[in-house]
Design a protein around this ligand. Structure first.
Ligand code: 5GP
Length: 188
């Protein structure tokens, strides 16, 4: 069977992280790709778990070595998907990746056969604004920057393979599990 790269995209605060954790808990064969970033760790974040935290110099040298499947800059920091990890894991497992929409589309360009793009949408803009505000990890300015990007991200919906509305965590998780099953069956 060919293994697949499931890319979960969607605006900051939409609950991608929680959904990914839930999926991994119930299917430990999924391999989670941990991205690299130059942004500073938030409280509670651990190097190698949420991200690999790199200096800008380290990140740039990885770019030079063609070490990223894709990378991008958000809010003044770099973020990238480690190519070697994804390619290695795909030999044995389905891989799951939580990444923004532009990164998702770039992954699809790099790996059109393996990549399944799933857009996670908030039930409404109000729900998303509330969630981001309550997270309390952003300055008001950073929060404004993130919200202004949301509209653009949601406009990319037609380019995605699937859309899942995260109105209820358990329901959204089940929908994702169905998508994973359906896509795996196609490759059998
Ligand atoms: P945050 O700083 O909130 O963790 O992430 C900011 C944005 O970077 C989010 O939209 C997130 O999906 C995106 N991001 C995380 N990892 C990657 C990556 O490897 N590549 C790209 N292009 N974006 C990423």
């Amino acid at each position: 069977m060919n293994h697949l790269l499931f890319v979960l995209s969607g605006p900051s605060g939409v609950g991608k992280g929680t959904l990914v954790r839930e999926l991994m808990r119930e299917d430990p064969t999924l391999a989670l790709s941990v991205s690299c970033t130059t942004r500073a760790p938030r409280r509670g974040e651990v190097d190698g778990r949420e991200y690999y935290f790199l200096t800008e110099r380290e990140f740039r040298s990885r770019i030079d070595e063609n070490d990223f499947l894709e990378y991008d800059e958000h809010f003044g920091n770099f973020y990238g998907t480690p190519r070697s990890f994804v390619e290695r894991q795909l030999k044995e497992h389905n891989v799951i990746l939580e990444i923004d929409v532009v990164g998702g589309l770039n992954c699809k360009r790099m790996m059109p056969e393996a990549c399944v793009l799933i857009l996670i949408k908030p039930p409404s803009m109000e729900a998303l604004t509330d969630r981001l505000g309550h997270r309390g990890t952003e300055s008001p300015e950073a929060l404004r920057g993130r919200l202004s990007r949301v509209k653009y991200e949601l406009e990319q919906e037609p380019l995605y393979d699937y859309v899942v509305v995260n109105d209820d965590l358990a329901r959204a998780k089940r929908e994702l599990q169905e998508i994973i099953k359906r896509e795996n069956r196609k490759g059998e």
